[in-house]
Design a protein around this ligand. Structure first.
Ligand SMILES: CC(C)(COP(=O)(O)OP(=O)(O)OC[C@H]1O[C@@H](n2cnc3c(N)ncnc32)[C@H](O)[C@@H]1OP(=O)(O)O)[C@@H](O)C(=O)NCCC(=O)NCCS
Length: 336
């Protein structure tokens, strides 16, 4: 078995800032409600004509991550691309990254695990590096939520929360052998699949049937979220999976130098912080600026924390996520 580490991080968000007041012009909502319930002040949305898409934003983040890892696209042996908002129904975003970055015919794998997509993708990369099959794997989380949200009153419970952006990490063999990605822990509970979901268009519910069965004003091709149900499960699962990761490595909460929770909702992150009695400087949040960017949220936050000098070699970094599926997971990293 080899050791693995994150050798480079990058992120990209579209320039277009959408404030809560901007959304209040489109639907019956307001800045106070959004901030009080979620902590979000603004988010980024792709603007028509700005040249962005899920895969293109992923490439922009990946270019930065590769540069910081001092690698070239040709050095990457596997792409793992996490998103719930791909440019196309199929093929996935990974193959588009391979093409756009001019990589050789490396394998490209898409991960569809929504808000825990990055942790799942990181785990896949980790296994391939630890077994010795690959030396460098590119992991991307990218989302174009604004392309598929309902910006009318009907969608306000969901649409105010989500934002666009991408983050990337290069997972490499840790030649030093010490530290790096210590472990990842993954879970799912499909019985709650309908609580945060986009039902169609899907092979189970294709376009003509949707149109036939629903009045024009209520076509269900927007995401549905049972907010309070999701919230209640999130706080439990976040805590469990962080504890699971710590215990697997014989570590305790006191060993955590930086917790980066998936940026679902500031209230969820604060609940976890208080539960684990972590001081403010040991938890990183940036949902205030970007909203919930699903698979992109952890790599964007991890990149910003690293850029701000909040993660240093030797630090114990804990990543944790929960989301649609339900799926959830954690990663325990000794930064090298
Ligand atoms: C979505 C969430 C912010 C809603 O907060 P909440 O306190 O549960 O609010 P509710 O859904 O009960 O709605 C309360 C009221 O606000 C209204 N409301 C919903 N969205 C609104 C908006 N954007 N602006 C203003 N009012 C809104 C509701 O219609 C409801 O009105 P009513 O009382 O007249 O019926 C909260 O449940 C949440 O964050 N859940 C977790 C979501 C999450 O993390 N998702 C990602 C998981 S990865």
């Amino acid at each position: 078995m080899f050791s693995s580490k994150i050798s480079g991080l990058g992120s990209y968000v579209p320039e277009n800032v959408v404030t809560n007041d901007d959304l209040a012009k489109l639907m019956d909502t307001n800045d106070a409600w959004i901030q009080e319930r979620t902590g979000i002040k603004e988010r980024r949305h792709i603007k028509k004509g700005d040249g962005n898409s899920t895969s293109i934003m992923g490439v922009k983040a990946a270019i930065i991550a590769l540069e910081r890892a001092q690698l070239e696209p040709k050095d990457i042996e596997l792409i793992v691309f996490a998103t719930l908002s791909p440019d196309m129904y199929f093929p996935g975003g990974g193959v588009q990254v391979q093409d756009l970055m001019g990589m050789p015919t490396v394998p490209a794998l898409d991960v569809r695990n929504q808000c825990s997509g990055f942790i799942y993708a990181l785990s896949v990369a980790d296994q391939f590096v630890k077994t010795g099959m690959y030396r460098h794997v590119l992991v991307i989380g990218s989302e174009n939520h604004s392309g598929g949200l309902d910006f009318t009153d009907r969608g306000r419970g969901v649409s105010v929360i989500f934002g666009d952006g991408a983050g990337a990490a290069v997972v490499s063999r840790n030649e030093g052998g010490k530290g790096g990605i210590l472990s990842t822990h993954l879970h799912s509970e499909g019985k709650h699949k309908d609580e945060l979901a986009l039902q169609g268009p899907s092979t189970n519910y294709w376009v003509p049937q949707i149109i036939k069965e629903n009045p024009q004003e209520n076509i269900p091709y927007y995401p549905y979220m049972n907010g309070q149900f999701v919230f209640k499960h999130a706080v439990v699962r976040f805590s469990e999976v962080i504890n699971e990761g710590l215990q697997a490595n014989k570590l305790s909460v006191d060993d955590i130098d930086m917790l980066i929770p998936h940026q679902a909702n500031l209230r969820i992150a604060q609940f976890i912080q208080h539960k684990f009695k972590l001081p403010d400087d040991k938890v990183f949040n940036n949902i205030q600026k970007y909203g919930n960017t699903t698979a992109a949220s952890i790599p964007i936050a991890l990149t910003e924390a690293w850029e701000e000098g909040k993660i240093k070699p030797g630090d114990l970094v804990v990543l944790a996520a929960f989301g649609s599926g339900f799926t959830w997971g954690s990663a325990i990293i000794e930064w090298v």
